[in-house]
Ligand binder design. Structure first.
Ligand code: GCU
Length: 426
């Protein structure tokens, strides 16, 4: 299970490995904190209402949502969960070092770009666009591994990944995981792009000096302030910089770019899509606590587990830790995070044995975000009955729970493609 692996630097691989395995019995305690898996002990809770402003007034139309409530909720998530991110620095730029070569037997055009993020921090973006109708819609994937490990294409630059001892090693020496069947997307008329999250900011405690956040520390500042970005916000910021490039690529329809990420990267794509409305659609796989699962529901992982000192404090802003023991005071919850994607399509993919990530908590968050989708003239899930595992609900909000554990299964890609075609195909 991922949380067993979490203290090592190969954590990220576990998300993928776990999806393939039979889930083990969930642990009763993590980081010394009990874990509840009993629906009878979830407890009563009241969610923040997405359509009531902090001043108590009700949001009655799309304009009040866009001008008042949405910015207010973004700010609340910044201050209390993910942390504020900086503007794009004027030094930002990119180098297209592979300007367009045939790939996948001529099915696609491949481009490779180095994004100069800030300071000395650079990230490689790999892009395929299908031959034929251009500009193409595209799925932008945030990956646990470098681009050469994701696509089955020998011409992709071999980047580096974080290895033991907080040192980067050539990606080919890292574990092989996170492969994606790019040809399948191309055949369906979609482009595909991917970048490695570790290029942006490392995924371990003490990684701050080695990532992009260090480039924004003010003189004398040794850590982000309590309301400034954690690693998830930094990864999400990196996706926005990838979008800055994609907007300049004539082969890509920048108005039809979807995001995809798994697990902590599911949380990341939720936040990236919430902040940056240029992303047209989000597919979040097993994003769980801190992502699409309700925090006020005491089931599986909780804010207290996420922010325990031995676990993932660095992924969030320091303020988030204040709510571990009093989640009822957290000014936000996952229903508001889902609502920030509205009116754009969002597919939540979970697993019926992924108890740690609370798949039901994700479903309930989506149900509770429905009024915002409807206010904006779209459909939410339009049911409060969870679909049986292996079946889904598909409207502007979508929910699909596979039979199995944590992560994205190959068969989940059928559902992703169905959702992408439903909303982004012409
Ligand atoms: C841990 C963590 C989760 C996270 C997961 C992952 O299990 O507790 O919140 O989603 O790792 O990223 O694999």
């Amino acid at each position: 299970m991922p949380f067993v692996c979490a203290l090592t630097m190969v954590i990220s691989m576990c998300a993928y490995a776990a999806a393939q395995q039979q889930p083990a019995a969930p642990p009763a305690e993590v980081a010394g904190i009990p874990v509840n898996y009993d629906e009878a002990k979830v407890g009563a809770y009241t969610l923040p209402d997405p359509l009531i402003l902090l001043n108590g007034k009700r949001v009655r139309d799309a304009r009040a949502w866009a001008k008042q409530r949405r910015p207010e909720i973004v700010r609340l998530f910044e201050e209390n969960q993910f942390g504020r991110s900086p503007q794009r620095p004027s030094s930002f730029g990119f180098d297209v070092f592979d300007k367009g070569s045939p790939a996948f037997g001529g099915k696609a055009l491949r481009k490779q770009v180095t994004l100069r993020l800030a300071g000395s921090i650079k990230a490689d973006l790999l892009i395929y666009t299908p031959r034929g109708a251009k500009p193409a819609p595209l799925l932008l994937n945030l990956s646990f591994t470098a681009n050469c490990n994701v696509a089955d294409d020998p011409e992709v630059k071999c980047g580096e990944v974080w290895g033991p001892g907080k040192k980067k090693i050539p990606a080919v020496q890292g574990r092989r995981f996170g492969r994606i069947d790019v040809a399948r997307l191309l055949d369906a008329g979609f482009g595909f792009a991917t970048m490695y999250y570790g290029d942006v900011d490392p995924d371990f405690e003490g990684g701050l000096p080695l990532g992009v956040r260090a480039a924004f520390l003010r003189p004398g500042q040794t850590a982000p302030a309590a309301d400034e970005w954690g690693a998830i916000a930094a990864w999400a910021w990196g996706l926005s910089r990838a979008m800055d490039y994609l907007e300049t690529d004539k082969d890509v329809d920048a108005r039809r770019v979807a995001l995809h990420g798994v697990s902590r990267l599911g949380k990341t794509v939720m936040w990236a899509g919430a902040r940056d409305t240029r992303f047209a659609l989000v597919v979040a796989s097993c994003s769980g606590e801190g992502g699409a699962a309700l925090s006020r529901r005491n089931y599986g992982e909780t804010v207290a587990h996420l922010t325990a000192p031995s676990r993932f404090t660095y992924q969030f802003c320091a303020n988030y830790g204040k709510y571990g023991e009093r989640v009822e005071r957290l000014p936000v919850d996952a229903n508001l995070l889902v609502a920030l994607i509205a009116p754009r399509p969002l597919l939540l993919q979970t697993g019926d044995k992924d108890f740690w990530s609370d798949p039901k908590g994700e479903f309930l968050a989506a149900v509770a975000a429905g009024p915002v989708y409807r206010l904006l003239g779209r459909q939410g899930l339009e049911t409060d009955q969870m679909p049986a595992p292996g079946t889904g609900v598909y409207h502007t909000l979508g929910y699909f729970e596979h039979e199995g554990g944590h992560g994205a299964l190959p068969s989940d890609w059928d559902e992703y493609l169905r959702f992408l075609k439903m909303h982004l195909a012409r």
